[in-house]
Write a protein that binds this ligand. Structure first.
Ligand code: AP5
Length: 224
């Protein structure tokens, strides 16, 4: 199987490092990165009808209703050619079953599920220390500070804190994760190719663990 054709799901609680790792994996293997969170933030910033519909849920740290998310993801996947990596979707059993149905009807399946495991108590400090740039670059005051405080190394624009990265909202998001998303680990663990990596390791070590699992399935891109 060619790595660019892979269909991959990346699981992990808020702040586990899904976005950070998704970027590296998609660069390495050439599949398309689809983050429902990034998509909703972009729609919200653009003031679209979808953005207006999802903004309040995101601000409160609760999930956007399944029917809205399932429809958005199906239309994104319809438009894609080649492999993809889903980041932040599925997030409920209903979404996972919706994705299964969608793939079955397309004669396709998920090739591998990667899970980044983190203890919730380590997440609050990590997420309240995250800073992001409109250009997509993500920093962390603890583990990856910008060279100049408050300024993006890459494009020089001011860094922002996500509205849902306040301590109270992070705690709410973690509760929602525990209730609605964590059961997906057991769902996928029993259902096929599943690998879990410790998300408390340094970024490069997490990448190494995830890539080892993908390479075992599709071969290393540097070998082909
Ligand atoms: P979304 O944007 O998906 O947020 P999330 O799942 O809460 O995940 P985050 O983006 O906060 O974290 P991440 O795991 O990507 O970590 P990152 O790599 O940035 O969703 C936001 C909202 O949208 C939801 O609350 C919901 O309202 C809505 N939504 C989205 N999808 C939905 C769906 N399917 N259904 C319903 N609603 C949905 O890393 C975090 C920080 O840690 C960064 O600063 C990074 O630099 C740092 N870091 C990363 N890895 C490491 C490491 N190994 N060591 C040290 N620091 C690290």
């Amino acid at each position: 199987m060619s790595a660019t054709e892979l269909r991959l799901v990346l699981l992990g609680c808020p702040g586990a490092g899904k976005g950070t790792q998704a970027k590296v994996l998609c660069e390495r293997y050439g599949m398309t990165h689809l983050s429902t969170g990034d998509c909703f933030r972009a729609e919200s910033a653009a003031g679209s009808a979808l953005g207006k519909k999802v903004a309040d849920y995101m601000k409160r740290g609760v999930l956007v209703p399944d029917e809205v998310v399932n429809e958005v993801v199906a239309s994104k996947l319809d438009a894609l050619k080649g492999g993809w990596l889903l980041d932040g979707f599925p997030r409920t059993l209903d979404q996972a079953q919706g994705l299964d149905r969608y793939l079955r009807s397309a004669g396709a399946k998920i090739d591998i599920v990667l899970s980044i495991a983190m203890k919730p108590e380590d997440i609050v400090r990590r997420l309240t220390s995250r800073r992001s740039c409109a250009c997509g670059e993500v920093y962390n005051l603890l583990s990856r500070p910008p060279r100049v405080e408050g300024v993006c190394d890459k494009c020089g624009k001011p860094l922002l804190q996500r509205e849902d990265d306040t301590e109270a909202t992070v705690r709410k998001r973690l509760m929602v994760y525990e209730d609605l998303t964590s059961p997906l680990v057991a769902y996928y663990r029993s259902g096929g190719v599943f690998t879990e990596v410790d998300g408390a390791l340094p970024v490069a070590d997490v990448t190494k663990g995830l890539c080892a699992a993908v390479d075992a399935l599709a071969g290393s891109p540097t070998e082909s």
